[in-house]
Design a protein. Structure first.
Length: 140
């Protein structure tokens, strides 16, 4: 669990640096940011995990797992973890930020609506087309 916590800490610090840089450059509100997690924590290794910590960083250390107990905690508020069809095994939480383009009603709102990666792709295409159109207007 210490390794998992360290990964989360590193991500949190560096996402914070990215946000601060965008804000300092006046680009935060006009930047599409999407953060999606995969579908749940890995619960291999039994109840309390498996693998010898001395093998970390070696070829033999590929099977270090924090097990079912920590996987269940890591998926909070979802139930269970990968390999199960409970929320923790099928849900992929997504955070989106794009204040200049999102409807006012969507800002700061949590939803339990289903989403599909095809929808995310369509959003990326729309964002790219907006950027291309903006650049073309400035050139012309």
């Amino acid at each position: 669990m210490a390794l998992y916590a360290a990964q989360i800490d590193r991500m949190d610090q560096n996402i914070g640096k990215l946000i601060a840089t965008l804000e300092a450059n006046g680009e935060l509100d006009n930047t599409l940011i999407m953060f999606v997690a995969d579908n749940g924590a890995c619960a291999e290794g039994g109840q309390l995990g498996g693998g010898n910590k001395e093998l970390l960083g070696t070829r033999e250390g590929y099977f270090l797992s924090y097990g079912q107990s920590w996987a269940n905690v890591s998926n909070t508020p979802f139930r269970k973890y990968k390999h199960w069809v409970h929320e923790g095994g099928i849900s992929s939480p997504l955070i989106m930020h794009w204040p200049s383009k999102m409807a006012a009603a969507a800002k700061g709102r949590l939803t339990d609506q289903y989403g599909f990666f095809q929808d995310i792709m369509a959003t990326c295409v729309e964002a790219a087309e907006l950027a291309i159109r903006k650049n073309l207007r400035s050139i012309l």
